[in-house]
Design a protein around this ligand. Structure first.
Ligand code: A1D88
Ligand code: NDP
Length: 445
């Protein structure tokens, strides 16, 4: 592994040097164990502790198949899907690996008693499998997390619609929270050259998701002037949605839960910020009864910011707790676009406000390769910036996931894999200098 790291850190290394590097038989990786899926049985979601279920193991290097690449991972990041994996909710991810394993001889590799997790990486290509021409050993890359087979016609308009669509490192094995990862070559994208490894690894999953959900015609198709309600606006998804809204000439109405988070939103350029904690919204009177008066109070607050206008697009992901309010505050003909249900997936809303006012609910999930590419291109051009707040070592991934699970973090939390320290991998110092304040906006808050 040291030889791999030396090659990555030497400015003189050539593609041939990388191709000639011997690959190790095993590598260090963050895993969950199949014999521990009942570890938290009987506990409340909040009390399930990722520090207990995430392990740092030495695992065997998987065989490289056609159309695939092995990548030396310099850095990765924690996504909420890894929190779900670590608490075995809503289902154990081993059910996904078993199902994938039944597909073919090659996919059997994924069905193991351990799951190497993680859906982001920045690193260097070590080997490519047969049929890969666009990438070669030595390429500095980031990987998006869409894994598709594309044998069915269903996915050929929009690859997210492939019946065998999976999220790499969540529904497949050999993910990015590890020293080496196995990806399909059509997950690879160029690493933005003005960013360090950990900064480059941070946006991937959430940036691509927010791009499709908010900007793409497959999502809400945001346009200039739209009032966009963004839940969790300083969180993983929200910190990119806020940037897309601002960069696209829309008007973000940011919802957060603390004065510090409100300040981050203002630092990004947002003017309308609602601290849901300080203003004490209680959309549910009890576990089964919502409070439409609270929806209305929330809507009035929004109108104060917009000069009386209602919301064109809601960027939804908290789910059960907020969904009724989200549907209510949307304007006639407006859109609620949802990609998650962090607080509960059985939503309830008053359908009269949906049909009578001709509103639409759009389900959105990750992004196709083109959308991920466009989102990454905006990072590379310095139009959208990473929102990395804190960086942990691979050994500390459990703590990093705990922080995200307990909503103790801001923006994105990074993890160093092979990178021995932060700040390495920057190739364009001049471009970096132009954007340095924005790049560091979330750091150490
Ligand atoms: C990029 C990052 C993203 C995120 O972070 S997202 C957040 C994290 N992700 C999640 O929380 C999602 C986790 N996944 C799940 O909870 C489950 O994954 C799903 C609920 C999405 C799906 O559950 P399943 O059990 O896989 O799907 P079924 O469709 O219920 O399939 C079970 C059986 O039901 C059959 N079936 C499907 N549709 C129908 C139908 N319309 N009528 C009759 N049967 C149907 C199927 O074929 C299959 O059958 P057979 O078991 O025999 O293979
Ligand atoms: N389908 C897909 O493709 C994707 C789905 N997801 C899912 O989206 C969800 C959010 O992911 P991510 O943004 O990375 O997570 P983060 O935890 O980084 O951010 C979510 C933010 O949502 C806010 N929030 C949490 N709970 C509530 C609540 N009950 N009511 C209102 N606001 C709440 C919090 O902000 P604050 O406390 O400041 O209000 C929090 O910071 C997860 O469930 C994840 O699995 C994520 C990426 C892709």
């Amino acid at each position: 592994m040291q030889k791999i790291l030396d090659a990555i850190q030497s400015p003189d290394s050539t593609p041939d040097d990388f191709a000639a590097l011997p690959l190790p038989e095993s590598y260090r990786a963050i895993t969950v164990h199949k014999d521990e899926t009942e570890l938290f049985a009987g506990l409340e979601t909040r009390d399930k502790d990722p520090r207990k279920s995430l392990h740092l193991d030495e695992v065997a290097l998987p065989e490289l198949g056609p159309g695939e690449a092995l990548v030396a991972v310099m850095a990765s990041s924690v996504n909420y899907n890894s929190v779900w994996t670590s608490i075995f909710e809503p289902v154990s991810t081993f059910s996904f690996l078993e199902r994938y394993g039944r597909l073919s001889e090659l996919t059997k590799r994924h069905d193991l008693p351990y799951h190497v997790i993680g859906s982001d990486l920045a690193g260097v290509v070590l080997r490519t499998g047969p049929g890969v021409n666009a990438w070669k050993p030595g390429d500095e890359v980031v990987a998006h997390c869409l894994s598709v087979e594309l044998e069915s016609s269903d996915g050929h308009n929009d690859t997210m619609l492939d019946p065998e669509q999976r999220i790499w490192g969540f529904e497949t094995n050999f993910g990015g929270l590890a020293e080496i990862a196995l990806v399909k070559s059509n997950q690879l994208m160029p690493k933005p050259d003005h960013l360090s490894w950990e900064e480059a690894a941070a946006p991937g999953l959430v940036n691509s998701t927010a791009y499709r959900q908010l900007v793409s015609r497959n999502g809400a198709g945001m346009k200039q002037g739209d009032n966009v309600l963004i839940w969790g606006a300083s969180g993983g998804l929200g910190s990119y949605a806020t940037q897309f809204a601002l960069a696209g000439g829309a008007n973000p109405i940011c919802v957060v839960s603390s004065p510090e988070k409100a300040d981050i939103c203002r630092a990004m350029g947002a003017e309308a910020v609602i601290d849901r904690n300080a203003e004490g919204y209680k959309f549910w009177k009890d576990e089964r009864t919502q409070d439409p008066k609270e929806w209305k109070r929330f809507g009035k607050r929004i109108r104060e910011f917009t000069g009386g206008e209602d919301i064109d697009i809601v960027f939804e992901h908290p789910g059960r707790e907020t969904f009724g309010a989200s549907v209510y505050v949307t304007r006639k003909g407006g859109t609620i676009t949802t990609c998650a249900s962090t607080s509960g997936y059985m939503h309830e809303y008053d359908n009269r406000y949906l049909w009578m006012s001709l509103k639409r609910i759009i389900g959105s999930h990750f992004a196709n390769y083109r959308e991920a590419w466009e989102a990454n291109r905006l990072i590379a051009k310095g139009k959208i910036h990473p929102t990395l707040s804190k960086v942990y070592s691979l050994e500390e991934t459990g703590q990093a996931a705990y922080d995200v699970h307990r909503n103790l973090h801001q923006g994105k939390v990074g993890v160093l894999a092979l990178a021995p320290q932060e700040g390495l991998g920057v190739r364009d110092e001049e471009k970096r200098a132009q954007h340095i304040d924005a790049i560091n906006r979330f750091r150490n808050i």
